[in-house]
Design a protein around this ligand. Structure first.
Ligand code: SAH
Length: 353
């Protein structure tokens, strides 16, 4: 049987150097290849023109360069948000979003194809988990978007499809690679990782020396309401999730961002705002209110704007920092796995448009 080719883009700089030394190649060749892969967005060994042809051929035999293929692109008419549907090498599809902010360009990446967390209001989880993404496949979403838009990306949010803490090792490799000084050299402070609250891996991340901003999908102020919206809350009690957030803050000094999607009649009453205020009072944190994006498979409705404003006002009484998420790209269903879902439903997986 043919041995599977190794995924060169997922090698750290140190691993790549060791690999090249083991091949009998000079160290500087590893530097050149890393530069091609992580700075210049190479998708094929033939592009690596400063390498001897013999070496290019040898590499192509044993290694593969993972790259993504653009399937669809949606441009928002309201703002400059662009949503991409990419095909992975095995033709599974994922989505990524490019957003422009005053402070720089940001990309929202997926960490898995599908998701097994089952949050009731989320489109990404409806078809279950297909597979984890490799570090190279997470990087590629950023590299391809830079290439396709001609824009530099300075911020990354791991808030697309998938639960990053359910793909922990690949997530950590990705974080180290995107920050590698020999590659994109992104600042770890410009990266946000969002989790539904997988306690043991939140604690592990606190100790990795990778102080990303941690966003916790809270969505309810008590276990009972949270379990109705998020099955993962059956596994982890809210007090343990919040203790893990406190630990993350202690270890990294990074303020936690609590995400709270407001669903009419489910978690948006004044009593729930007060309960949330009491829960988070005194913590160095930030609450991001997200009017839920209704998906057609579920009955959930967005809270009225008046309710959202009222919810914020009540939280502010507890001296909590609150923002209401600006809905970039709302016209293109830019949130939460809706493009991928409609693509899979239409049965055109892998086709180019
Ligand atoms: N699995 C991770 C990251 C992906 S989801 C997590 O749970 O945090 C990113 C954020 O969008 C989460 O807070 C998630 O709960 C929220 N979300 C998902 N679907 C949504 C929807 N339809 N409307 C509003 N927020 C949604």
């Amino acid at each position: 049987m043919l041995e599977e080719k190794k995924d060169l883009k997922s090698f750290s700089f140190e691993e790549l150097t060791e690999e090249f030394l083991a091949l009998g190649e000079k160290k500087f060749r590893a530097t050149q290849v890393f530069d091609w892969l992580h700075k210049r967005g190479a998708v094929d060994f033939s592009q690596m023109t400063n390498l001897p042809a013999g070496l290019r051929g040898k590499l192509a035999e044993a290694y593969t360069i993972v790259s993504l293929r653009e399937v669809t692109r949606l441009n928002s008419a309201q703002d400059e948000t662009v949503k991409f549907l990419f095909a992975l090498p095995d033709d599974k599809v994922i989505e990524s979003v490019f957003m422009k902010y005053k402070h720089g360009n940001s990309v929202c990446i997926s960490s898995q194809a599908g998701c097994r967390m089952g949050c009731r209001f989320c489109a990404s989880t409806l078809g279950g988990l297909e597979r984890n993404l490799l570090p190279s496949e997470m990087l590629e979403q950023i590299y391809r978007i830079q290439e396709l838009t001609g824009e530099r990306v300075s911020n990354v949010v791991v808030m697309g499809t998938g639960e990053p803490m359910d793909n922990y090792d690949n997530l950590v490799k990705f974080l180290r690679l995107i920050c590698a000084p020999e590659g994109q050299n992104m600042s770890i402070r410009n990266i946000t990782v969002s989790t539904c609250g997988i306690v043991e891996n939140m604690r592990r991340l606190a100790e990795e020396g990778l102080p990303v901003t941690l966003a916790l999908s809270l969505h309810a102020p008590n276990d009972e309401a949270r379990r109705r919206l998020m099955p993962v809350a059956n596994k982890y009690a809210l007090k343990d999730v919040l203790a893990a957030c406190d630990y993350y803050f202690e270890q990294t000094g990074r303020r936690i961002s609590y995400e709270y999607s407001l669903v009419a009649g489910e978690n948006d009453t004044e009593a729930e705002a007060d309960a949330l205020g009491k829960l988070l009072k005194g913590k160095n944190c930030h609450v991001n209110l997200i009017p839920v994006n209704p998906i057609k498979e579920r009955e959930y409705k967005q809270s009225s704007f008046k309710n959202v404003l009222n919810f914020r006002k009540r939280l502010e009484k507890y001296k909590i920092n609150v923002t209401i998420r600006r809905e970039l790209g709302a016209d293109i269903g830019a949130a939460c796995g809706q493009l991928r879902k409609s693509h899979l439903d239409s049965g055109t997986q892998g086709d180019e448009v």
